[in-house]
Design a protein around this ligand. Structure first.
Ligand SMILES: Nc1ncnc2c1ncn2[C@@H]1O[C@H](COP(=O)(O)OP(=O)(O)O)[C@@H](O)[C@H]1O
Ligand SMILES: O=C(O)C1=C[C@@H](OP(=O)(O)O)[C@@H](O)[C@H](O)C1
Ligand SMILES: [Mg+2]
Length: 178
């Protein structure tokens, strides 16, 4: 079989709890690429947690930081980038991700998103009294945007992170062969 051309930039998109941060790290290891998580990188650079940034600067302040980082990192070679679930709501991010790398949409049902995020206080958008309703509402708004920007869609609601990462590698190989 001919050697496949490994992508130099893989961008993970999808809702909170789909596993972008977790699967992204496994995927990068399998591909021998650097892994960067956008939220973690924002926290590292600012010295502030995501909830703190939302408190101080509002969601719009966070989105501005996120967009600047995505513009920078989407031009870096040799990385897997896990974006935050709302990154694709910024049109410039969709343009940058779509044009500069392979975009993988990790899809997970709302029930799974809820189970995986329910004990976590690090996601400001889910700290209200109806996280399920919030996740449903966000999926309604964002699902078309995830699909618009995605080159590959992977069902990420079941299976361990490592197995999902292997599945993504196979999908990337398939896409490269097309
Ligand atoms: N495939 C998986 N199976 C089981 N638990 C998972 C899986 N992927 C992620 N998780 C867990 O779900 C939570 C959210 O995962 P995370 O990677 O932070 O999602 P995202 O970055 O998409 O919001 C974490 O506690 C993580 O350990
Ligand atoms: O969906 C969103 O708008 C957000 C998702 C979070 O990232 P994860 O999708 O990695 O949880 C983080 O960027 C922030 O809390 C906002
Ligand atoms: Mg994440």
């Amino acid at each position: 079989m001919a050697r496949w051309h490994k992508p130099h930039r893989v961008f993970l998109v999808g809702p909170m709890g789909a596993g972008k941060s977790t699967v992204g790290r496994e995927l990068a290891a399998l591909l021998g690429l650097e892994f960067v998580d956008a939220d973690t990188e924002i926290e590292r650079r600012t010295g502030a947690s995501i909830p703190w940034i939302f408190d101080l600067e509002g969601e719009s302040g966070f989105r501005a930081r996120e967009a600047a980082l995505i513009d920078e990192l989407s031009q870096r070679d040799g990385l897997v980038l896990a974006t935050g679930g709302g990154a694709i709501t910024t049109p410039a991010n969709r343009d940058a991700l779509g044009a500069r790398g392979v975009v993988v949409y990790l899809h997970a049902p709302v029930e799974v998103q809820l189970q995986r995020t329910r004990h976590d206080t690090s996601r400001p958008l889910l700290q209200g009294d109806d996280p399920r309703g919030r996740l449903e509402g966000l999926m309604g708004e964002r699902e078309p945007l995830y699909r618009e920007v995605a080159d590959i869609v992977v069902e990420a609601g079941q299976g361990r992170a490592r197995a999902l990462a292997k599945r993504i590698v196979r999908a990337l190989e398939g896409a490269a062969a097309e």
